[in-house]
Write a protein that binds this ligand. Structure first.
Ligand code: ADP
Ligand code: MG
Length: 313
């Protein structure tokens, strides 16, 4: 393609909200064989909401939720925000389904309903840990609870499995080294996700899903969206390794992601595509930025490259 053709294509991309960082990236996209999608915030809307909160001890529901919210208040994770929102509604309205009152949000948050927390730490890919009333509280996935030597009863395990089979994520809560409750979090697929996956397959491109979430939830989401190849329970540093494993036979690999966790994988990919609504670090690491936050633009980007560089035009 001539420099003019590249310039025109870049302009067409920009008009569609597809920002292309350079001619090399534009050229590589035509040869993409695998598109690896991050799950949370990329295939899904990234708007996690708590659907269930179940207490497994005699603890009062309000106390349980305030305990959990206090610990999650220091976390930046989307799951933490969903949990805090749910607990806040329960506390102020005794009804977690009440609509969000954004005007009073900041005021309410500061009005002292949360417990004091010490020694907070975020444990990437697993959850959070801190101390409340000198007792340790752990909130996160199975791995976190098991690694901490805390027993998971079959009653709890069955409840978590049930959530996961319906594509939800089960968040386990241990306080003073006893499993006290489980939260179910749902994050719906983007509306266009399934159609885009089908479209890629028709173009001869194989879609793959990668996530830090557990295998059962990952499989349920993948099935819903029509992806056969899934990699789950991938630690934050591991997503780039997944990209490299697909590149081993010389295949050209695209990665689509939105989070800080995704930036090493976006950089490792031949074609890194960041969701425009994602974090700055992901956007920096990518070759493409999909400004409209619409997965159809993955197809737009590959099409544009094929049309610009194909010899059989
Ligand atoms: P993803 O790749 O899907 O964005 P992450 O690597 O960020 O996932 O997190 C993986 C898992 O770790 C989550 O599905 C959740 O079970 C657990 N987790 C991470 N952060 C938190 C948190 N703040 N509260 C509860 N659980 C968490
Ligand atoms: Mg994500």
């Amino acid at each position: 393609a001539t420099p003019t053709a590249v310039m025109v294509a870049t302009g067409v991309g920009a008009n569609n909200g597809v920002l292309i960082k350079g001619g090399d990236a534009l050229e590589r996209a035509q040869m993409v064989k695998y598109v690896i999608f991050d799950k949370t915030g990329t295939l899904t809307q990234g708007k996690a909401t708590v659907t269930t909160a179940k207490v497994f001890t005699g603890m009062e529901r309000g106390e349980f939720l305030t305990l959990v919210a206090s610990a999650e208040a220091s976390s930046e994770h989307p799951l933490a925000k969903a949990i805090l929102e749910y607990a806040r509604h329960f506390h102020f309205f005794d009804d977690s389904s009440a609509t969000i009152d954004t005007q009073n949000y900041a005021k309410e948050l500061k009005s002292g309903w949360l417990f004091d927390v010490s020694d907070f730490s975020a444990l990437p890919g697993r959850g959070v840990q801190c101390f409340i009333d000198r007792k340790r509280i752990l909130i996160g996935n199975r791995k976190l609870i098991v690694e901490s030597g805390i027993d998971i009863s079959s009653e709890v395990e069955n409840f978590v499995v049930e959530l996961e089979e319906s594509a939800e994520t089960g968040i386990l809560v241990a306080y003073d080294d006893i499993l006290i409750g489980v939260l179910g979090v749902a994050d719906p697929l983007k509306r266009e996700a399934s159609v885009v996956i089908q479209g890629l397959q028709k173009m001869g491109v194989t879609p793959v899903m990668v996530t830090g979430d557990n295998w059962r939830t990952a499989r349920a989401v993948a099935k819903e969206v029509g992806i056969e190849d899934v990699r789950a329970e991938v630690m934050p540093a591991g997503k780039a390794d997944v990209v490299r494993s697909f590149q081993k036979d010389g295949s050209i690999v695209a990665m689509v992601g939105d989070g800080i966790n995704d930036s090493p994988a976006l950089a490792a990919a031949d074609v890194g595509m960041a969701i425009g609504a994602g974090t700055d670090i992901a956007i920096e690491a990518a070759d493409y930025v999909l400004m409209r936050n619409n997965l159809e633009d993955v197809i737009t980007a590959i099409d544009l490259s094929r049309k610009t560089f194909s010899r059989i035009r």
